[in-house]
Structure formats: C-alpha cells, structure tokens
Design a protein around this ligand. Structure first.
Ligand code: ADP
Ligand code: MG
Length: 264
C-alpha cells in the first residue's frame, strides 16, 4: 500500500549536505552542524490490510516518518509511493487529493473543533470537500455508530471523556473512507483500561473494514498487541523490522533486546 524508498528527513540549515554525509557513512551526531537528522535512510513496504507499527522512544523520528507518508512533510531525499501514486516532488493539489482519497490521519491530541458537535466534527473533512449537508450527515452518522458514539451526536467535545474524544477523532478519519489510516500515538493520552478497549476495537474495525493502518507508539505492549509487523526506530533509523514474534525471539541488537525485556 505504501512504499518508502531510502527516505531521509533533515531539519536545519543545510539538510542536503547532511544527507550526503550520512549516505557516505557519517554518524548522525557528526552532522548536527548542518541540521537535525530526524529520519535516516528508511526503506519499507506497508502491505495492504496490515497494521504496520512504528515503535521507538520519544525523539526517534516516528512522527517525522509518518508525516512523510501523506505528504505533510517532504523527504529531504528518497521517495514515497502511496497506492501507486508517487507523492514526492508533486504539487500541493496532488497531495490534497491523496489526503482526501487515500490516507487519513488520527492525531494524539484529537485536534477536535471545540465549538462543533460530535457529528459536525466527524463530518468536518466532508464539509471541507464541499459535500452536501444531507450526505455529510448520513456518512458521519454511520461512522459515529461504527465507533460506538450513538446518542452523543449533539454533544460538544468538552462534554466527552478522553476515550470518547478519541473515538470522534477516529470517526473523523474514517468518514473519508480512505484505504489507509495513519495514527500517531493515537491512544497514548488515554487511561490504560480505555486504551486497551480502543486497541481491541481498532483491530476489530481493521478486520471488518480491511483498512491498512500505520500506527505509531512508544509502547512495546501496544506494538505487540496491534502490530502485524513492527518497525523499531532508534535515533532516526529503522533498526529492526519484523513480526512481533521475530522481535521477541530474535531482537536484532541490544537496543531492541532492552526494549523487549519490558514487555508484560
Ligand atoms: P518522535 O515522534 O519519535 O518523538 P520526532 O519525529 O517528533 O520524533 O522528532 C525526531 C527528531 O527531529 C527530534 O530530534 C526532533 O527534535 C526533531 N524535529 C522534529 N520536527 C522538527 C522540526 N520541525 N524542526 C526541527 N527539528 C525537528
Ligand atoms: Mg511523535
């Protein structure tokens, strides 16, 4: 569904010079004079219908990586292909179209509009696209039921618990009915019990709707529970990519092994 080919993202004054040096084997720490290397030489394929987890500590480059998968950020070098469409070096119009029809994103802090009702929040993306009110309403109603928020349509986000707010965030991403969902620490702000419930429902929903999901987390248990495959990031690099079983039984290095020791 998504193919990332040798992507780099360097923030700073001379990103291309930093990439050149990194590609020639320089250490990340040695290019700080040119910029911050957030993602270094990442290549992977996300398969249709899988939950692909990106796991790593804070600052390892996860958010930067996922933002390159829908064109919110352009790689400094390398290319990204989404469902057959090249999204690197293309116009903003093409990117808007990709975000409208191919990839939706769910954020950690919900990013709901506080003065709009649940249903209007869920329908917001459709409104931006100029879809008529009646159709918007019908589609939003369907996804609201899907995420278990029936009866809450006319409430404001502030009247909802954190878990319910994140359901609204999920509804808003589902309403566009894209094949791919990108989720950046989507459950990290939730209480453990609600969080587990959301994880279970996400797996269920993914099976039923056949979505492809890229899910970011810094939590190994969450990664193990959700992931069909897990990419482990450290300091901007993917240091291991495999099934949860691969990662538990055969950690690629001490860093992954250390991570794995903490699994419940
Ligand atoms: P994660 O999501 O794993 O916590 P991020 O992708 O947010 O990691 O950040 C990776 C690195 O890139 C960090 O060192 C961060 O400070 C840096 N970074 C992220 N975004 C920017 C930006 N817009 N400008 C400069 N540096 C950034
Ligand atoms: Mg992040």
């Amino acid at each position: 569904a998504i193919r990332a080919d040798r992507i780099y993202k360097v923030f700073g004054r001379r990103p291309r010079e930093a990439v050149k040096r990194l590609a020639n084997g320089a250490e990340r720490s040695s290019v700080t004079g040119f910029g911050t290397a957030a993602v270094i030489d990442a290549s992977f394929d996300v398969k249709v219908g899988e939950i692909f987890v990106v796991m790593g500590l804070s600052g390892s480059g996860k958010s930067t990586l996922i933002r390159m998968l829908n064109g919110l950020l352009e790689p400094t070098s390398g290319s990204v292909n989404v469902l057959g469409t090249e999204i690197t070096g293309v116009s903003e119009a093409v990117l808007r179209d990709v975000r409208r029809t191919k990839v939706s994103m769910v954020f950690q802090h919900f990013a709901l509009l506080p003065h709009r009702t649940v249903i209007d929040n869920a329908a917001y993306g459709l409104e931006v696209q100029g879809i008529p009110a009646a159709e918007r309403h019908e589609r939003a109603q369907r996804v609201i039921e899907r995420v278990g928020l029936s009866g809450w349509e006319d409430k404001l986000p502030g009247q909802l618990s954190g878990g319910m707010q994140q359901r609204v965030g999920l509804a808003r991403a589902l309403v566009a009915d894209t094949d791919i969902l990108l989720m950046d620490e989507a459950f990290s702000a939730l209480d453990p019990l609600i969080r587990r419930e959301m994880q279970e429902q996400l797996v269920e929903l993914q099976r039923e709707l056949g979505k492809t999901i890229v899910f970011i987390t810094h939590d190994l248990n969450e990664a193990m529970f959700l992931g069909d495959r897990i990419a482990v990031m450290r300091d901007g690099r993917i240091v291991q990519l495999g099934t949860p079983d691969d990662i538990l039984t055969d950690p690629a290095n001490d860093y992954v092994a250390q991570f794995v020791q903490d699994v419940d």
